[in-house]
Design a protein around this ligand. Structure first.
Ligand code: FAD
Length: 498
């Protein structure tokens, strides 16, 4: 695609995930010339692989179900998810401002044809606030992309932004590599940085969180923190960079690039039909649908290890104290191929086969048990004799047997942890330790202007989504996407009127 060596737009958006697409669609909708630059060949970013939950208060769906809610209540409840030491770092006023705008963002998305299921309860939220887009987060990408294009916005993929151009104390545009050539995109109104998080940046993780975490991967390999570094180089302050969600143990994603969720229609008439049918779908059926999502991305509960499950590496060896976290996750990242497997004996299989002991969950929505993994994820769950399960995953049968014998000797007769025994075994994995999100971002004000280390707005530079978290702590489900969409919608509208 020929974009010329030099191009000028009102708004230049960097990053084609949820926040960038929302910003570009909103700017274009309000009549200004807009270009979106995406480094990868396809749009989506982490948003495109997410579940799609969107948490908000005073929504249309809450009203429809007579759920009475207030901004004040939500502002209090949003502070109950993170541990106190992390919540203490929160930018209270910015998070409250965001929560005051999230319901309007949902209505904006609904007007594009998106449909939400719920709201579902997610304690400690005192009322149900979690809405799930149907069929999943890919629907955001499809709807926003089509809105952007229909309003004349331009999308350039395979365009890696490598520099923010700052001249005469104003950000004037960016330089991107397109088809191997450096091209300048000038922005009359502003540059919006929406380049996602740094979960897969060994450099940023080592710098802010510590070297020992730097071998842990991000779920999205493309989350490189480039936007954070570009903003920092342009003079912006970075906040809360040491705070991460994870590392957590998670099963590797299904081999097939297209998950069950992604096979469902995410745009067009079929999606609208699905939306209309949604309220009629019986709850057990909906729970079964959600369970498929649970076995795709959710992490196994720590309780499994408290009850005696052990971790083995690719060689069949135990390599850590399974009950110590984050040491467990750091040790996993140091194993061959950074992978491990969970071994469950007969007693553990029985225990994690029914409520209240589950392998993974989205609380109060659905729970996945051992048999769900065996049925829905044969790529990460096998059962059989100890030798059979080891063989099927390519682990040394002898070494696995030795690991079981060793752990039983170690457990002795204390009765604290039961011996592993039985004829039928289940091996769950491969699993890895991953960072899910990073919570550090560029300091911003309520107009999304990037702030310098002195707290002054940097003229012409804006940051949104994970790139521009502004010191907010968005723990719990559904707030990251709500922020990505809300910050994008508002900055696009604002730049169009500037
Ligand atoms: C498995 C999983 C499930 C999740 N589920 C949920 C959920 O249900 N609800 C929720 O609220 N949150 C969820 N999250 C978190 C949430 O999805 C993300 O925090 C959010 O979508 C991030 O949006 P974003 O626009 O900031 O970044 P992204 O969607 O990651 O978009 C950033 C884009 O910028 C591009 N980019 C990066 N650098 C450059 C560059 N130099 N030049 C050009 N382009 C660049 C990237 O390629 C990417 O496309 C989930 C996260 C994971 C990992």
């Amino acid at each position: 695609m020929d974009v010329g060596h030099y191009a000028e737009y009102d708004v230049v958006v960097v990053g084609g995930g949820g926040s960038g697409l929302a910003a570009a669609a909103s700017a274009a909708e309000h009549g200004v010339s807009t270009v979106l630059l995406e480094r990868e060949s396809v749009l989506g970013g982490t948003t495109g692989i997410a579940v799609g939950s969107f948490t908000a208060n005073q929504t249309r769906l809450q009203r429809q179900q007579n759920i009475s809610d207030t901004l004040d209540d939500h502002a209090v409840d949003a502070g109950q998810f993170a541990p106190a030491s992390i919540e203490a770092c929160n930018n209270e006023s910015l998070r409250r401002f965001f929560l005051s705008q999230a319901a309007a963002t949902m209505e904006w998305l609904e007007a594009m044809g998106l449909t939400f299921h719920g709201p579902s309860p997610e304690p400690p939220n005192r009322v149900p606030r979690m809405h799930n887009v149907v069929p999943g987060a890919k629907a955001y990408i499809a709807a926003l992309q089509s809105k952007l294009v229909s309003h004349g916005g331009r999308i350039v993929c395979d365009a890696e932004v490598t520099q923010i151009v700052r001249e005469e104390d104003r950000v004037q545009g960016v330089v991107a590599l397109v088809d191997g050539e450096r091209r300048t995109f000038r922005a009359r109104a502003g540059v919006v940085m929406a380049a996602g998080d740094y979960t897969n940046s060994a450099e940023l993780i080592a710098r802010f969180k510590g070297e020992r975490f730097s071998r842990v991967e991000g779920i999205n390999p493309n989350s490189t923190g480039a936007g954070h570094l570009l903003c920092e180089a342009a003079g912006a302050q970075l906040l809360n960079m040491e705070i991460t969600y994870g590392p957590e143990l998670r099963f590797v994603p299904p081999q097939s690039k297209r998950t069950f969720q992604q096979l469902l229609p995410s745009r067009g008439p079929l999606l609208r039909v699905m939306g209309r049918l949604l309220p009629l779908i019986p709850k057990p059926l909906m729970a079964a649908f959600v369970r498929r999502l649970l076995v795709t991305w959710q992490h196994p509960e720590d309780a499994l290890f408290e009850d005696g499950a052990i971790l083995l590496n690719e060689e069949g060896r135990r390599f850590c104290d399974e009950r110590q976290t984050p040491e467990r996750e750091i040790a996993i990242a140091d194993q061959p191929q950074k992978r491990c497997y969970m071994l469950l004996d007969e007693a553990l299989q029985a225990r994690y086969g029914e409520w209240p002991h589950f392998v993974s969950t989205a609380p109060k929505i659905a729970y996945a048990y051992v048999q769900d993994y065996l049925r829905l994820r044969p790529d990460v769950a096998v059962s059989g004799t100890l030798e059979e399960v080891a063989r099927r995953r390519g682990l040394s049968e002898k070494r696995v047997r030795q690991s079981v014998d060793e752990v039983n000797v170690e457990r002795g007769d204390t009765g604290v942890l039961a011996h592993l025994r039985g004829k039928r075994w289940v091996l769950l994995g491969p699993a890895k330790s991953y960072f899910t999100t990073t919570e550090g971002g560029v300091a911003i004000d309520e107009q999304f202007r990037a702030l310098s280390r002195q707290g002054e707005p940097i003229d012409g530079l804006y940051a949104i989504g994970q790139n521009g978290l502004g010191g907010q702590i968005l723990w719990g489900h559904g707030l990251h996407i709500a922020w990505a969409m809300t910050s994008g919608r508002l900055v696009g509208r604002q730049l169009a009127s500037s």
